[in-house]
Design a protein around this ligand. Sequence first.
Ligand SMILES: N[C@@H](CCC(=O)N[C@@H](CS)C(=O)NCC(=O)O)C(=O)O
Length: 207
Amino acid sequence: MVQYKLIYYPVRGLAETTRLILHYANVPYEDKHISFEEWPNMKTTTPFGQLPILEVDGKPLAQSFAIARFLAKKHGFAGKDDWESAQLDAIADFMKEDITTECRSYFMARMSCGEGDKDELHNTVFKTSMEKNMPVLEKLLKESGSGFFAKSGVSWVDFYIASFIETFERLIPSVMSVYKDLLKHKETVYALPQLKKYLESRPKTQF
Ligand SMILES: N[C@@H](CCC(=O)N[C@@H](CS)C(=O)NCC(=O)O)C(=O)O
């Protein structure tokens, strides 16, 4: 049997999609957490100086999307054919480029700005980005008609989007509460029986 070791910080972040895939597919793996103090010593030993990494029989695979696609293809939830798989990739790229990256910039800026500037930053950077991008995701979800982003049913992209919707819901509940279809999608994903045990037992982290 293939031995998997997922290496990441003790947060959901960019590793959570992979954790959800492995639990959904019922594949055993080691979930190795690296503390923020340990990381600098390890950084130069990794392919891109970043985490997550999935070790597959001891060989490292980096980049969260490469990892997620590798596992999703192996276990049959990367779309029903090449076309659907490419459509899913497009949605994941949109989420990563246009939403997750902008949100990361927002939180970095927020951490370093003064108390008085936070509201302005919130309304300019974050709210604008959400108002532009979230309706696009909701439209795609509606068009699929399956309750998931692919017509054929659940895929790794649902795990990716649901885990970030959870993060936004925790960090900026008032902004996120408007996007009811995405919140419902997250609930649908989190209600999958294959994920129940993991979701109940995983550590509670802010992001
Ligand atoms: N494109 C990469 C981004 C990975 C990334 O940004 N990892 C961050 C944590 S979320 C990291 O390891 N930062 C530490 C560093 O750069 O030293 C992926 O999707 O895996």
